[in-house]
Design a protein around this ligand. Structure first.
Ligand SMILES: Nc1ncnc2c1ncn2[C@@H]1O[C@H](COP(=O)(O)OP(=O)(O)OP(=O)(O)O)[C@@H](O)[C@H]1O
Length: 759
């Protein structure tokens, strides 16, 4: 027993040195407090500083410009927004990729605190979150640790002052008591400040980690060709991974950091007080607590991962209804959508509910073990010096006149002081130990979220680049011996019902088009035709570099973009896409506003483009170029398709692949747009089922729809011949229009004749 009490008393005696450093600590904390107060003063109070100009309101023109100009390109490749955003270099991704090998299915299914978790956490922490020691996040962790140490020191000082106050009360030392009370209020300032700054730094760390991870993931996910990870990742519910999961992971990591530091401080402080045997027993207590908790802890990691997945499904469903509201309304499909969403919600709720139920039993055991076991340990430690040490020596802070040893109640006063200060100290330490044990559950949840985050990163990192086929800008586009095949994706699904959790669903498709060879020079306008689903768009995907060509001798050549920034290939897809932003943004997409400024084009040029697609009325009708609307809903189907053609005229690519992108546009307008594209020197590759478009092309690629994956490439003939074909088509079409009338007439004659027949 003496082993407990003596070191404990010794260490409490050692704590006296805090007395000498106390004014310094209080001073540091007060300076920090004042600094934070000053920084949070309203900006008006700081007017007159060089930043004062920034506070002046912007003019309407400036505001519009700022809203439009999201960022400015700098000479070093960075972009200036309000902060300097440096894109993650490709070399970083290349060196990070080996640290994110794909996870075995079992590890994804059952996240746990094990070697796999530590490997994942290490990759995320040291490759992305804290890539070097000289980052903002490291500074926050250091500051956070400093305040945790300061808090521990202050709690020791407060405990001793508490004891001193009790002693002065018991010995009726009014002066000493009042002085102690003054010190109490003074100490409260740094103590409370420390607590709030710890919380603040914790939130700041979470936010910083979230920003770092989000930027990294954005750069990785939205990679341009030949990676195109956003197009090829095949990850289900990727929005949930990138938005909610990254946020939850950052919060969970911030939450776990404090108890981890507490563990170190708590253990080192208690070890000093308890001596060797006591420390061994302390670790014994840890071990027993963890063993009990491990035995009763459900798979919180997996439960958290499944919850995130179900939450993602529900959110994606809601998003779909918002996006496709009009289509659903035309079908009056509200009730059907409600069924789908209700089912997704119930799946989520059922799961969350089951977590709550599982938690009752767990939390009961947890509370029992942590609150009562650890508190009992704390009481035991307090009792040691009181029951087994016959000392009347004061351990408190000397706040007033030293107590007179000859007074009869001095022994009781000394004991009260020892009791009160030790009780506060040890119970708060026991509480820290308890909180640490609670963190076990948080750690399991962090394991689940780490697995989700790691799955996202490893999936994105392990996608091989598409083969690059770029040749010099002046070269022609060509395909030779190419098999066009639907690529196979392996989709990750974390299924809460199947025990295996994950399924790799990948199977290969037969080729849509076999052994395709074609070469197009400038002015070789190609039309691709064939029945629905035969693979016309698939050919465009290979030409545009979205799908890898298959076949042993497959060869694809695509010219590079011109040095003047002219695109070599520009695809207008079947479904018109409207980007978030202003009317101007719709025409210049995928250019940004600064790129538009750089191109030297003006609003007059844009107006001319809109005239060519018969949309010149839009800027006035919609309230100007900078008007921001949900253009997907505002523009009609035909208007959206014309806007897509406006983009072709803005970018003036060498080759434009037009995938049935004028199907909702009237024939005369369609014809004029095709003529204008050719006048701009754009070579057309049109996918269409409309024979009337043939006259704008020189070659015709027909894909056979008989399942043989065969194709034929023919020359359409001279312009005059093509016009002749067009005339023939028009005359046949007008004749076909009369067929109904003739049929009607035949029916009338039949009726007439049957009426004439003798009965
Ligand atoms: N990612 C995919 N996964 C599975 N099948 C796909 C995928 N993409 C395309 N397909 C299939 O490949 C076939 C060819 O598709 P494609 O879009 O090229 O047709 P299309 O000839 O352009 O048809 P349409 O005239 O209707 O637009 C279709 O049967 C389609 O279902």
């Amino acid at each position: 027993m003496a082993t407990f009490s003596k070191p404990l008393l010794d260490s409490l005696r050692q704590l006296r040195h805090y007395k000498s450093s106390r004014p310094l600590l209080v001073l540091v904390a007060t300076i920090l407090l004042l600094r934070s107060r000053l920084l949070s003063l309203p900006k008006k109070a700081r007017k007159g500083t060089p930043n004062a100009k920034k506070d002046e309101p912007l003019s309407t023109g400036e505001l519009a410009d700022v809203l439009q100009q999201v960022y400015e390109k700098e000479a070093d490749g960075s972009k200036t927004l309000l902060v300097n955003i440096q894109e993650t270099p490709k070399s970083t991704f290349a060196s990070d990729a080996p640290h994110f090998p794909p996870l075995p299915a079992a590890a994804k299914a059952k996240p746990n605190i094990d070697a796999t978790f530590l490997r994942q956490l290490r990759a995320i922490l040291f490759r992305i979150a804290f890539p070097s020691l000289r980052t903002k996040e490291t500074a926050i962790v250091v500051a956070h640790s400093f305040f945790l140490v300061l808090r521990t020191v202050l709690s020791v000082v407060v405990a001793r002052l508490d004891g001193r106050l009790a002693r002065d009360l018991v010995s009726a030392n009014g002066k000493g008591f009042l002085r102690g009370l003054g010190l109490w209020f003074l100490l409260a300032i740094p103590s409370t400040y420390t607590n709030s700054i710890i919380r603040h730094l914790q939130s700041k760390l979470s936010l910083s980690l979230r920003t770092r991870l989000t930027r990294y993931t954005h750069d990785l996910y939205l990679s341009s060709a030949p990676e195109l990870r956003y197009y090829r990742s095949g990850l289900e519910g990727v929005d949930q991974y990138i938005t909610a999961d990254i946020e939850a992971w950052s919060d969970a990591f911030g939450n776990i950091l404090k108890p981890s530091l507490d563990l170190i401080l708590f253990t080192s402080q208690l070890s000093r007080s308890l001596g060797v045997r006591g420390t061994i027993l302390l670790f014994g207590n840890y071990y027993v607590t963890v063993a009990i908790l491990r035995a009763v802890t459900p798979a919180f990691g997996r439960l958290a991962a499944v919850e995130a997945k179900l939450e993602g499904e529900y959110r994606a469903g809601m998003g779909r209804v918002g996006r496709e509201a009009e289509e659903i309304a035309f079908y009056d499909g509200g009730h059907r959508e409600k069924d789908i969403l209700t089912r997704a919600y119930l799946r989520l709720i059922k799961h969350v509910n089951s977590i709550y139920k599982i938690r009752i039993a767990y939390e009961w055991t947890e509370d029992y073990v942590i609150k009562y076991l650890w508190s009992a340990a704390g009481y035991g430690l307090i009792a040691v010096p009181l029951l087994f040490t016959r000392t009347t020596r004061s351990l408190g802070i000397q706040t007033g006149t030293p107590a007179k040893e000859d007074r009869p109640d001095d022994a009781i006063a000394g004991r009260t002081e020892t009791y009160v200060s030790n009780r506060r100290l040890l119970l708060s330490l026991a509480d820290a130990g308890g909180r640490l044990m609670y963190a076990y559950k948080d750690l399991l949840e962090l394991a689940g979220l780490t697995t989700r985050l790691y799955t996202l990163l490893s999936t994105l990192h392990s996608l091989p680049s598409l083969p690059a086929h770029e040749i010099e800008a002046a070269g022609d586009i060509s395909l030779s011996n190419v098999d066009v095949v639907v690529p196979t994706y392996s989709q990750d699904t974390l299924d809460d019902e199947s025990e295996s959790g994950l399924s790799d669903s990948s199977h290969s498709f037969p080729p849509l088009v076999k052994n395709l060879s074609l070469a197009l020079k400038d002015g070789d306008h190609l039309m691709i035709t064939g029945s629905n689903g035969v693979g016309k768009t698939a050919v465009a995907r290979v030409l545009a570099g979205l799908w890898a060509p298959q076949g042993l001798e497959a060869d694809v050549r695509r010219p590079k973009d011109g040095e003047d920034g002219r695109k070599s290939v520009f695809v207008v897809p079947q479904r018109a896409y409207m980007v978030t932003g202003s009317l101007l943004d719709q025409i210049i997409y995928p250019h940004s506003y600064p790129e538009y400024l750089e191109s030297g084009k003006t609003e007059k040029d844009l107006m001319e483009i809109l005239e060519k697609v018969f949309l010149a009325y839009l800027p006035e009708r919609e309230g100007g170029w900078t008007t921001r609307k949900e253009w997907r809903d505002v523009l009609s189907g035909g208007e959206k398709q014309r806007m897509a053609m406006a983009r072709v005229f803005y970018h003036r690519p060498r080759y434009a692949i037009l995938d049935e992108c004028t199907s909702a546009v009237s024939s005369d307008v369609e014809g004029r747009m095709y003529e204008h594209a050719k006048n701009l020197g754009i070579t057309l590759i049109t996918i269409s089922l409309r024979p009337s478009l043939m006259k704008y092309h020189t070659h015709l690629l027909t894909l056979s729809g008989d399942g043989s994956a065969r194709w034929t490439l023919t020359q359409v003939g001279t312009a005059e011949e093509r016009m002749g074909i067009d005339r023939e088509i028009s005359s046949l079409e007008s004749k076909l229009a009369d067929v109904e009338k003739w049929e009607e007439r035949v029916k009338e004659l039949d009726v007439f004749l049957s009426a004439q027949e003798p009965a």
